[in-house]
Design a protein around this ligand. Structure first.
Ligand SMILES: *Cc1c(COP(=O)(O)O)cnc(C)c1O
Length: 497
């Protein structure tokens, strides 16, 4: 039986269903597996001729031992359908040079990699409700700066036993992101703008989660709050699947010999995606170096190079907005493992982060970090140049986030001479950030209309516009609610009770 403990109190021990239902441990720590399940080459080779969904079931069986095999298969097959993913394969590997394999994770309903986790999470969560014998309705609250909100809405829409409310800053999201959210269909979802910035929305949601009176009132009505952000184990475990699957796929395609080492490069914000790759290595996938790519908000680059995490710095709005973040929550899970599962040490470091905005890890952790990870960053000008270079040299169109990863990977290769084949996570469709991508490809073709830019980009590249984005223009606006940031709890009460 696989059990989970908290990074801040490793006396705690819960089942997978409990960990997923709770989201975060009551001590403020994150849930992690007590022991990593182990797989070997033979196990992976047996998956070579299996579909993505079959591979997903096999990986999940190792982690969710309190779910039945049938429950797992049902969750997977409801989450990953050819219809929702607009493709036969949920993910694709595109080789753009001798060493570079782009792992395309954006075939889902919102055209970004968050769909891989947020399509599966609602299934895992509603099954967890059944397993734990509760019949409460789950009310998910999300504060979003754009991408997470839409992916969560698509994942939870019309899922029985759940309701979802999404809050976004009224002037803080892109027109495309706003349109994606405000045209959202589904009988159980509401979207509301708040008069404030993203931090106000986030603080408002956290305050509601901590409101005991409201929680009691909800309980009396058979309802319970939960969260869909990336600290939930149910969002991390789906990401481990695609790293295992991509190694299996490289073997199946004859691109590597079985057991050959492969590096992984990930454009990183909250550290969830790259952590999933590291967990796959801990399970036995022959991964080499992890290349952690940041934009100008390079707090992780500095950390990986010096062992000092310091969030006291400027915040920059960049062309890769989903990586504009100064506190990478999932780093806590990595440090728990690298410190030898020292929960006291984790408490000390994260208290310091809260109080002083800074901590420094021990020498032994620094050494482990530099063995496993390389950190690099790139600014908006280099991001645009990389989109341009990759398009002209490899006839491949990549989005701004993916371009950051390609650039940092190329810097790594030039600096170290390491020519190991590398999986580079491609986290969004280029059409999701069409203005910046078109500008990088050929600025003279830019128009003032984002939909027109989609069409131009498609004409230049020959790559089809995802129908999820093309159809937005015709969709009716269904959500126009706006509230004061002080009145979020009242709004929730009005919608739910
Ligand atoms: C969220 C996001 C990222 C960052 O992923 P993390 O798991 O937070 O590190 C990168 N690219 C895109 C397009 C995203 O939406």
């Amino acid at each position: 039986m696989m059990r989970y403990t908290s990074t801040r109190d490793n006396q705690k021990s819960v089942t997978a269903a409990q960990a997923i239902l709770q989201g975060i441990s009551t001590d403020g720590g994150l849930f992690v597996p007590e022991k990593m399940p182990q797989i070997d080459l033979a196990w992976m080779q047996a998956l070579c001729d299996k579909s993505y969904n079959q591979r997903a079931v096999e990986v999940l069986k190792l982690f969710l031992t309190d779910y039945s095999d049938e429950q797992i298969a049902t969750c997977v097959n409801k989450a990953y359908t050819a219809e929702k993913f607009n493709a036969d394969d949920m993910v694709e590997l595109a080789r753009i040079s001798d060493q570079e394999y782009l792992l395309e994770l954006w075939r889902g309903p919102t055209c970004a990699f968050k769909d891989m986790a947020l399509q599966l999470l609602p299934q895992l969560l509603t099954t967890a409700v059944k397993i734990t014998g509760s019949d409460d309705e789950i009310v998910i609250l999300v504060a979003t700066s754009g991408d997470t909100g839409k992916a969560a809405l698509e994942g939870f829409k019309d899922v029985a036993g759940t309701k979802m409310l999404v809050f976004y800053p009224v002037d803080g999201v892109s027109p495309m992101q706003k349109r994606q959210m405000c045209t959202q269909e589904g009988s159980n979802v509401r979207v509301c703008a708040i008069k404030g910035n993203f931090d106000d929305a986030q603080t408002g949601v956290k305050t509601i989660f901590g409101n005991k009176e409201l929680a009691a009132e909800m309980a009396a009505h058979g309802k319970k709050f939960s969260s869909a952000n990336s600290i939930n184990w149910g969002r991390l475990v789906p990401q481990v699947i695609y790293y295992v699957s991509s190694y299996v796929q490289l073997m199946a395609d004859g691109e590597i010999t079985p057991g050959e080492k492969v590096n992984v490069c990930v454009p990183t914000g909250n550290f969830g995606n790259i952590l999933a790759a590291y967990y796959a290595k801990c399970m036995g996938v022959p991964f080499g170096k992890f290349i952690c790519a940041s934009n100008k908000n390079n707090v992780l680059t500095d950390f990986l190079r010096t062992g000092i995490y310091d969030r006291n710095r400027n915040f920059y709005a960049t062309s890769s907005p989903s990586m504009d973040i100064l506190i990478s929550s999932n780093l806590e899970r990595l440090l728990y493992k690298m410190s030898g599962e020292d929960d006291a040490q984790i408490n000390t470091w994260f208290d310091a982060l809260k109080k002083e905005g800074r901590y420094e890890v021990s020498d032994s952790v620094k050494e482990k970090l530099s063995t496993e990870f390389y950190g690099g960053f790139c600014d908006d000008a280099d991001t645009a140049k990389t989109i341009h270079d990759v398009f002209t040299e490899c006839s491949y169109l990549c989005d701004t986030h993916t371009a950051v990863a390609v650039k940092v990977y190329r810097d790594y290769k030039a600096e170290t001479g390491d020519t190991t084949k590398t999986i580079i996570a491609s986290t969004a469709s280029p059409y999701k950030f069409a203005n910046d991508v078109l500008k990088a490809v050929d600025e003279s073709l830019m128009t003032d209309d984002e939909y027109e830019n989609l069409a131009v980009l498609s004409k230049v590249s020959g790559v089809e516009i995802p129908k999820q984005l093309a159809s937005l223009k015709e969709k009716a606006v269904l959500h126009t609610d706006v509230t004061e940031k002080e009145k979020m709890a009242e709004y929730v009460r009005g919608q739910i009770l």
